[in-house]
Design a binder for this molecule. Structure first.
Ligand code: GLA
Length: 699
């Protein structure tokens, strides 16, 4: 079955991937008409759809055409619904009139050119089938001899089929409380999720799912779910517009807030990719499809298990000295850590937040011979070595800022806004990009550094680089990608963690360039269960770093036993971030056992099938992982407090082979897959902060 078929008799296109189909057609008038997005259909069905007469009541008060019938709602004519594209031509005209000019199919890709009927301007609509996901983006082409200003240039409109009721699921949050699963019925009107901060931000992930509601029709195991995400590490916007008659469409793209992007004569611009994933069997399947897409088509080093990390931030904060780092490294290595990362505070002038960002050279007093001796020491302990950087920021008190005060975003007549005592370097400028590539290359060449934690702790303000050629909202992100890509090309063995004050930059764009994400600064193991639960709706656990830190944790001051802290962190990428110098021998011994246990199950956790075994985490949280081969099952269960004298919970393990037998490695108890699926696994959870990890091996 080809991924993309041109049904030439009808001038229609059928795109088919794992478990979904998407269809569109060119009308005799040259318009592009959306036909289907949902479960699989066949070419004959497309012919039927073309004869389908939806018999809509066509009032003069409606948009024409209606947005849910279009592939890219381009502002112009009588389009009154939420549009995806709006431009201004040199003569002041701000309306588009696009018609299909051509189409091209190659393997799993379809491109359709929509050309303006009057101006030399075109929008190429791209579609690419990627397993269970459909990628879409648009290339805007200015073939004229005057600039065309892009006022709004979303990546696509996503039309959804009619349903009697719609419920939206999204991942809302804040600093230290990222990715909280939020579900609300949609009413007529518009649900807008967005960031205007220049980074994706903490308030929401650029990800949205829509289903038929909280009744028996849609749940984890059943029902149709449509979802849309955007691969863009800057300001973004997703809008779901529901008309009073139940028609729904979603637009996805870079935020048009303050966007006036002149497209120069003869140039083109590619929007970021928006990804649509449909699941016909509920939220379980939707999660599987997002994880599979990220694993196969997005994140670098697919299939490679991620190392156990030690990060010294919460242990030493800005007080980074070689002796204490080596002591931490020794203890981390003894626990079984495989990568040791020195966080903020290792570079010149960095005694606190007030200075040093921009000068990426080691503090001379602490590291007179650079980072190499420490890196060698860490390597000698059998671990890889990494450091923290915040390349896009600059402290006013830094040599870089003193040398290049013009390299930041600023308005000549306005004060420069500080955030966490830094400015933002104008990565929209070629000279700044070149400087950063050179600086990071020099750093990575100065010592055997295997990993970078790439942070950004401020939003984009003063949106001007003094040039005026293009929008800084776009230019900064494109500069960030270019620098990251060039650094990765120069140092292909270096692994990168993406961070922006925790989970402020965890979109699919950065994830195509980073091995994992730091989902939150909140390392409280209980808070993390909710954050990680939401994160894993959109992202694979193999990108979700989680550290075990000290108790109480510095942000929440909550005390949690070591076992619960480890179990919580073991549901993603296990890291350790506590001050190991203060841990007792008993705690270190216990910790080493958890690390060893994690290493036995990590391929299952990182790359297996994940199941949320309880609803939204409040009282009991349980998560199951089934290895790709089906041979290993890891079940985690958590209960923060004793409730109603409950001593055990019964967890139904979905997705096992009913005919197979599974053996609890610790107790030797044998269960049939059917029993685990239909009846459940009994797990004891007694006392406050009870947690269990049960590993079952297929017999
Ligand atoms: C941000 C990150 C933290 C840590 C600090 C260092 O807040 O999210 O993990 O790296 O910066 O200053």
């Amino acid at each position: 079955m080809p991924a993309v078929e041109h049904l030439t008799r009808h001038d229609a296109f059928l795109l088919r991937g794992d478990g979904f189909a998407y269809a569109l057609a060119v009308t005799p008038e040259g318009d592009l008409r959306h036909l289907h997005w949902g479960g699989p259909i066949a070419p004959d069905d497309v012919a039927t759809l073309l004869t389908d007469d939806p018999r809509e009541f066509g009032s003069n008060t409606w948009s024409s055409p209606r947005a849910h019938t279009e592939e890219l709602v381009a502002h112009g004519g009588r389009r009154l619904d939420e549009s995806a594209l709006k431009v201004e031509f040199a003569d002041g005209v701000r309306a588009l009139d696009l018609a299909v000019e051509s189409s091209a199919v190659s393997d799993d890709e379809l491109t359709i050119r929509l050309a303006d009927r009057h101006y030399p301007f075109a929008a190429d609509l791209h579609y690419r089938v990627r397993g269970g996901a459909l990628e879409r983006w648009t290339t805007l082409v200015n073939d004229g001899d005057a600039a065309v200003v892009l006022d709004r240039a979303y990546s696509a409109s996503w039309p959804l089929p009619w349903q009697p009721r719609w419920v939206a699921t999204w991942l809302a949050g804040a600093y230290a409380a990222e990715t909280q699963v939020t579900r609300r019925p949609l009413g007529p009107g518009r649900l807008v999720l967005e960031s205007r901060r220049g980074i994706p931000g903490h308030a929401a992930q650029p990800w949205l799912a829509l289903d038929a509601g909280d009744d028996a029709r849609t749940n984890d195991e059943a029902g149709s779910v449509w979802s849309v995400a955007l691969a863009w590490s800057g300001s973004w916007r997703l809008a779901a517009e529901l008309a009073a008659d139940g028609r729904l469409h979603v637009t996805a793209g870079v935020n048009d807030f303050d966007l006036r992007h002149p497209l120069a004569p003869g140039s083109s611009w590619d929007t970021p990719v928006t990804v649509g994933v449909y699941a016909g069997a509920g939220h379980d399947e939707l999660t599987d499809r997002w994880h599979a897409y990220e694993r196969r088509h997005v994140v670098p080093r697919p299939g490679v298990v991620r190392p156990v990390l030690y990060n010294s931030w919460e242990a030493t904060f800005f007080d980074v000295r070689p002796e204490s780092q080596v002591e931490l490294a020794r203890r981390a290595a003894a626990l079984g850590a495989e990568l040791f990362v020195v966080d903020d505070g290792w570079f010149a002038g960095r005694d606190d937040e007030s200075a040093g960002i921009g000068d990426w050279t080691p503090d001379r007093a602490a590291f007179p011979d650079g980072l190499k001796p420490l890196a060698d020491e860490v390597h000698g302990l059998g671990m890889r070595f990494g450091v923290w950087v915040e390349p896009e920021a600059v402290s006013p008190d830094s040599d870089l800022f003193r040398a290049h005060p013009d390299w930041i975003y600023q308005w000549p007549s306005r004060p420069r806004t500080l955030a966490r005592q830094t400015h933002l370097l104008a990565l929209s400028r070629a000279d700044v990009r070149a400087h950063l590539v050179e600086t990071l290359d020099a750093l990575l060449s100065s010592a055997p550094i295997d990993a970078l934690k790439w942070d950004l702790n401020r939003p984009l303000t003063e949106v001007s680089d003094g040039d005026g050629d293009g929008s800084v909202w776009l230019g900064h992100v494109e500069g960030f990608y270019e620098v990251l890509d060039r650094v990765r090309a120069l140092h292909p063995d270096v692994w990168i963690e993406s961070c922006a004050s925790g989970g402020g930059r965890a979109d699919l764009g950065v994830l195509s360039r980073a091995e994992w994400v730091w989902p939150s600064d909140n390392t409280d193991a209980l808070e993390r269960l909710a954050i990680q639960n939401g994160y894993a709706y959109a992202h694979s656990p193999h990108t979700m770093m989680a550290w075990v830190t000290d108790s109480p944790t510095y942000l929440t001051k909550r005390e949690i036993p070591l076992r619960f802290r480890f179990h919580s962190a073991m549901t993603g990428l296990l890291g350790i971030g506590g001050d190991l110098a203060t841990w007792t021998d008993a705690a270190l011994g216990e910790a080493a056992e958890y690390v060893a246990q994690y290493r036995r199950i990590r391929a299952t956790v990182q790359y297996g099938t994940m199941r949320r075994l309880t609803g939204a985490p409040d009282d009991v949280t349980a998560i199951g992982y089934l290895s790709a081969s089906g041979d290993q099952v890891a079940v985690f269960a958590f209960a923060p407090s004793v409730r109603r004298l409950r001593r055990t919970v019964l967890l139904r393990l979905r997705g096992l082979d009913p005919a197979a037998a599974y053996v609890d490695a610790a107790t030797g108890t044998r269960y049939s897959g059917a029993l685990l699926h239909h009846h459940g696994l009994r797990v004891a959870l007694t006392g406050d902060y009870a947690s269990e990890l049960i590993v079952l091996d297929r017999d």
